[in-house]
Ligand binder design. Structure first.
Ligand code: INI
Length: 157
């Protein structure tokens, strides 16, 4: 069978002493809670113990809340977690684009890793597969936990 080449090899890094914030939307919480758990599991595997978890209502609220965390100066990196599921309107497109641009801007303005963990899904099945809900598929939260440590270590070089 064709070996898939997609995905991220998950090395582990020593993230001891890093202060990591996880900012999660409550919309589609079954998915987001699973992603948060995956991120925490990955961070723990990298010896990160200083983990702060905050919640906002929806993905649209994430960039502003992430900016508040960044302005506190208390974090070396942030993982933004949300799940957008396409509905019957254009809401999905508008929120997704705004949140994506907002998170990228924070990375560049603050020079702090702000990891993009906003799932953009066309249906619930896609969301569950990418969040490892009920053990199905792969939990992308694990990727993001490793990614924030790697980016923090690079930033601190
Ligand atoms: O995080 C999400 N927020 C959603 N909407 C709420 C939005 O993020 C804001 O909370 C709301 O618009 C108030 O600002 C979603 N949908 O509308 O479908 C969604 O799928 N996911």
């Amino acid at each position: 069978s064709a070996q898939t080449i997609r995905g991220l090899d998950l090395p582990t890094y020593d993230g001891a002493g890093l202060r990591i914030g996880i900012l999660s939307a409550r919309w589609n919480s079954v998915v987001c809670d699973s992603l948060v758990a995956g991120a925490v599991e990955a961070l723990t595997s990298c010896n990160v113990t200083d983990i702060t978890i905050e919640h906002v209502a929806g993905s649209y609220e994430i960039p502003q809340a992430a900016q508040v965390l960044l302005d506190s100066g208390r974090f070396d990196g942030i993982i933004c977690i949300g799940c957008l599921i396409k509905g019957g309107t254009m809401h999905f497109e508008y929120i997704s684009e705004a949140v994506t641009q907002g998170i990228m801007r924070l990375n560049l303005d603050y020079k702090v890793p702000v990891i993009y963990g906003i799932l953009g899904c066309l249906n619930e099945e896609q969301a569950k597969e990418r969040a490892g809900v009920n053990g199905a598929g792969h939990n992308s939260g694990k990727d993001w936990g490793i990614t924030v440590v790697e980016s923090c270590l690079l930033t601190k070089k």
